[in-house]
Design a binder for this molecule. Structure first.
Ligand code: TRH
Length: 360
């Protein structure tokens, strides 16, 4: 690329929760700090970004933070620089005048899609779509194989993790999930377990919502349940590392759980008519290759129940948790093995920058 600081414009609309902003910020950060790109992130809801990046002022419409220029969506009216890449996060519609700029300068134009482990992703990654301004837009699909767009992974993320681990004396469980009545049952199971457990519910919204469950009150009275305050995204990996078992959700916390190497459950974003289940299965079917059979059976049953596919009896649910916990070192090892596979893939941003080079 001729320009030493390739210009990248990223557009993000916050649909709900933190993931849209979280992924857009991670992508922006990696491009700016590791690949020397001049990144401008246009976002329509600064308070959400500010919640995970406290250095961002929710009330400031234009600011430079950690080498990224952050602008309120409505300010995206004029630019003097010429972009090498324009990225629309999750099919957000970019303002019309940006389409005109794209028509004029023909940057690499991408729609950054949701992460999925399903097989079709390989066929759809970088699929071209001719737009009515006469320019081709490509669908960028992150994924878990070489033929997909790879995964967001920072260079500083160490491949090496401590490999020596024992059965912890107490289970420290992190829960960053979606509110759902199913948690009443799992909280009850955790209360009834024969080993020590401490449960940390991430964020006040979820913690407050769980208070309606009688099982929450029981756990609270026994001092087993705590509010885990939100930490900045930059500290999120360290936070995950401090737990034995993780429950995560969405896209970004789901990815970070995989990088943590810790055993985890994925409370996937629920979709109508159970459309999330094939996505859930596609992911775990890749990971289960690394699981001993009895752990796979236990994990799959609990994971399916958490995500609305099946119902378990109290006894079966408890037995499955017992199986996983009593074989924690093997469970942990399975996740470390999966993590190792992830490091064999090129990172999404390496792939993206290579494409920008080809396009310029
Ligand atoms: O918050 P999420 O559920 O977000 C998304 C959105 O709902 C989106 O619309 C949907 O499509 C997608 O899920 C599937 O989950 P996610 O993706 O894990 O985002 C959470 C972000 O919050 C992530 O970047 C990590 C960050 N975070 C912190 O920085 N600190 C914290 O303490 C916690 C708990 C999370």
């Amino acid at each position: 690329m001729e320009n030493h600081h390739p210009v990248v414009w990223i557009f993000c609309r916050v649909i709900d929760n933190f993931g849209d902003a979280g992924i857009a910020w991670r992508l922006s950060q990696i491009l700016a700090t590791e690949f020397d790109c001049a990144v401008t992130l246009y976002i329509d809801h600064l308070p959400t970004l500010s919640a995970i990046v406290p250095d961002i002022q929710a009330s400031s419409k234009e600011q430079n933070v950690h080498q990224v220029r952050v602008k309120d969506w409505d300010l995206s009216i004029e630019e003097n620089s010429i972009p090498q890449a324009v990225i629309e996060m999750f099919a957000c519609e970019i303002p019309h005048h940006i389409r005109t700029i794209i028509q004029k300068h023909q940057p690499l134009w991408l729609n950054w899609e949701y992460l999925s482990a399903e097989d079709w992703v390989e066929d759809c990654h970088m699929m071209p779509s001719l737009q009515n301004n006469g320019v081709v837009k490509y669908f960028y699909f992150m994924g878990f194989t070489h033929k997909t767009g790879g995964l967001l992974r920072e260079k500083h993320l160490s491949f090496h993790l401590p490999t020596l681990f024992r059965q912890p004396e107490k289970m420290r469980l992190f829960c960053f999930a979606y509110d759902n009545p199913i948690w009443q049952h799992h909280l009850q199971t955790w209360n009834d377990l024969s080993w020590n457990i401490e449960i940390f519910i991430a964020g006040e919204t979820l913690y407050n919502a769980f208070q309606r469950f009688t099982s929450f009150q029981a756990a609270f009275q026994q001092g087993k349940i705590h509010l885990q305050a939100f930490v900045p995204q930059a500290d999120f990996d360290d936070l995950l590392q401090s737990f034995d078992v993780l429950i995560v959700r969405g896209e970004d916390s789901f990815m970070r759980a995989q990088y943590s190497g810790k055993p985890f459950f994925w409370h996937i974003y629920p979709q109508e008519e159970q459309a999330h289940l094939p996505k859930l299965n596609a992911f775990w079917n890749r990971v289960y290759h690394h699981f001993p059979e009895n752990l796979k059976i236990a994990h799959q049953a609990l994971s399916d129940e958490l995500n609305g596919a099946i119902c378990l009896t109290d006894e079966v649910r408890q037995n499955h948790w017992h199986t996983l916990w009593t074989q924690y070192p093997a469970w942990h090892q399975a996740h470390l093995n999966w993590r190792k596979k992830l490091f064999e893939l090129p990172s999404a941003v390496e792939k993206l920058v290579f494409m920008m080079t080809k396009n310029s």
